[in-house]
Design a protein around this ligand. Sequence first.
Ligand SMILES: CSC[C@H]1O[C@H](OP(=O)(O)O)[C@H](O)[C@@H]1O
Ligand code: ADE
Length: 288
Amino acid sequence: MARMIGVIGGSGVYDIDGLEDAKWQAIETPWGTPSDEVLTGTLNGVAMAFLPRHGRGHVHSPSTVPYRANIDALKRLGVTDVVSVSACGSFREELAPGDFVVVDQFIDRTFAREKSFFGTGCVAHVSVAHPTCPRLSAACLAAGREAGVTMHDGGTYLAMEGPQFSSLAESKLYREVWGCDVIGMTNMPEAKLAREAELCYASVAMITDYDSWHPDHGAVEITDIIATLTGNADKARSLITLLAAKLGAHEPCADGCDRALEYAIMTAPEKRDPALVAKLDAIAGRVL
Ligand SMILES: CSC[C@H]1O[C@H](OP(=O)(O)O)[C@H](O)[C@@H]1O
Ligand SMILES: Nc1ncnc2[nH]cnc12
């Protein structure tokens, strides 16, 4: 299978630069309509698919992003590697607005979202102990550094439901007690769904603010975020342009992201719900 990079663009990132043969394609999935059409093309000879997470014009809130449809659409198009680009707040002095963090862990505090492709009639349990792909994450880190961005290797992302920002007490809890590094509203369940879909997933968190804990910065305000977002989005586009060259030929994932479902499905073949099995054609067709 040839490599295809799927980029999910977060707040402020509604397109990418330099795609050859670029075209916006409408994709329907058994899980509904994705956030927007998908922009496909090639970049430095590598097939690319770009999907703006909130839709062009920022239509979807973090709770209403159709996460399952988005991941299914990318898988259906042939994507092998998903790079998530997201705005986030920082819990660490040294992770400053304008810096990027290649996240490697998550704490999922979201509660109002569909979190799995599986369920009654086809039950599956995948591991998300290590929810990101080390090889894809390393490529993002290298591409960001080459683009001149201050990059941080690893960090824990607190995924909150939103859409309101955290209270001061929550901000302190996540930072001081739970040891989180950044906070956002969208990487969960996206990362879990990418694992169920056997896709390599890396998350580039673009810091826009210090959330609410920092004594010198006061409470996070959307106006401050938007001021930082534009510069971050330009850097993210440069990172993506350089990324394709950092990934060699497509090979089986050394960490097994592409085989996550190998032993995950628990439901006996004769007990499986044919309707759900049909919906899983793109996600789990390899093993069903
Ligand atoms: C624009 S501030 C809050 C908003 O931005 C982030 O979105 P994304 O992760 O898609 O870049 C954050 O998670 C919130 O949804
Ligand atoms: N402080 C913050 N909390 C949650 N999501 C964010 N996105 C950008 N900044 C954020």
